[in-house]
Design a protein around this ligand. Structure first.
Ligand SMILES: Cc1ncc(COP(=O)(O)O)c(C=O)c1O
Length: 368
């Protein structure tokens, strides 16, 4: 089976994990701090806080920003549901906005009409590893005094006009799930230049603990969202590989483009001039007359694993029942959800694999 995704794990990760196990210091400690410092340096951002998942990162970001019941948060309709679930978990209301099909990110021209006096923040999702149009988002945030949370779960290493994803708003959130460019098994990171946010997040990650006058004080009703030293040891090795993994993925995408560019039944993703796409997912769109799940299953019969890319949230049961949104407001998100197909993308793919995948896609599309 040609897998959709495969983490790049080698002996170095195993060796470093072994050292942590032998040290018997397993919970958040020295390795977590080292990993945080390395990510800070890589992103050129002051504070990094490692956590147990990308979802935990988003949850703590909202809590640190004191988002609560009565607030409204702007969220793109097409994303992984965790982006909006955390808004609901803190008791705020999710205001879904359609996306653009050229980058699968929030349609910045549509945001303003959803802003009310209750709006507190915009969550900018850098979908599939390409930055949302942050210039427009920043203009709106300034105009209406809103916070910007970057959901950069898929975008470690992506850039916008030369600046790295995660450093483009007030607070950025990453995931190290195995489907991301680098992984710690499960894991996440919150990044910010704001010292107060950093201090709140740090306490909330660890049961609300702060050290006041050298004494442990439980200052808020916090969580255990800590990363272990085992995960961080893996993250440190993975981070060293990040740039080469990104280059590798970008080269695979070039191969895909060469082989698929002339296929009239699909629309290929494009890199925006302002950004560096890291292609966490290579997400193509099938023309409307094709039944995506049929194509996906046919590819599976050929031992090629593909999948849907992300979800149109207004169509998911919880959001559908709670908000009863007008389908016509989300035409692009619905189209991407229905017709999008994520193709295999990982560093183990050979040129032959890519040819096999693209040959089969063309064959299946043209036999219908
Ligand atoms: C855009 C987006 N946000 C948040 C998450 C949640 O990250 P995690 O799985 O690490 O909790 C994901 C995971 O796939 C994601 O794609």
């Amino acid at each position: 089976m040609i897998k959709l995704s495969m983490p790049e794990i080698g002996n170095e990760e195993l060796e470093e994990i072994k050292k942590v196990l032998e040290s018997k210091n397993l919970v958040q400690g020295e390795k977590v701090e080292q990993f945080e410092n390395l990510v800070s340096e890589y992103l050129n951002i002051k504070y990094c806080i490692a956590v147990s998942s990308g979802t935990a990162a988003l949850h703590l970001a909202l809590l640190a920003l004191e988002i609560k019941e009565g607030d409204e948060i702007i969220v793109p309709d097409f994303t992984f549901p965790a982006t909006a679930n955390v808004v609901e978990l803190v008791g705020a209301a999710t205001k879904l906005v359609d996306i653009k099909l050229d980058d699968f990110c929030i349609d910045t021209d549509k945001i303003e009409k959803y802003i009310t006096e209750k709006t507190k923040a915009i969550i900018a999702v850098h979908e599939f590893g390409q930055c949302a149009d942050m210039e427009k988002i920043n203009i709106l945030a300034k105009k209406y005094n809103l916070k910007i949370i970057e959901d950069a779960a898929c975008a470690l290493g992506a850039a916008y006009n030369g600046r790295k994803a995660g450093s483009l708003g007030h607070i950025g959130c990453f995931s190290f799930h195995p489907r991301k460019a680098i992984t710690t098994g499960e894991g996440g990171m919150i990044v910010t230049d704001d010292k107060e946010l950093y201090q709140s997040v740090k306490a909330l990650r660890n049961h609300g603990i702060k050290y006041l006058n050298n004494k442990i004080e439980f200052t808020s009703a916090g969580f255990n969202y800590r990363m272990t030293d085992i995960q961080a040891a893996m993250g440190i090795v993975q981070l060293k590989k990040l740039e080469s993994i990104i280059n590798n993925r970008r080269n695979i995408v070039k191969e895909y483009e060469k082989l698929l560019i002339d296929e009239p039944n699909i629309i290929l993703p494009k890199e925006k001039i302002y950004g560096k796409h890291i292609y966490q997912t290579y997400h193509i769109l099938l023309k409307d007359e094709f039944y995506r799940d049929y194509i996906k299953n046919k590819l599976k019969d050929k031992d090629i694993e593909c999948n849907i890319g992300a979800y149109a949230l207004h169509e998911q049961l919880y959001y559908k029942e709670k908000y009863k949104l007008n389908m016509e407001s989300f035409v692009n998100a619905s189209f991407a959800y229905k017709q999008g197909l994520a193709l295999p993308l990982h560093c183990q793919l050979s040129r032959e694999d890519i040819m096999l995948i693209t040959d089969n896609i063309k064959l299946i599309l043209n036999e219908q």
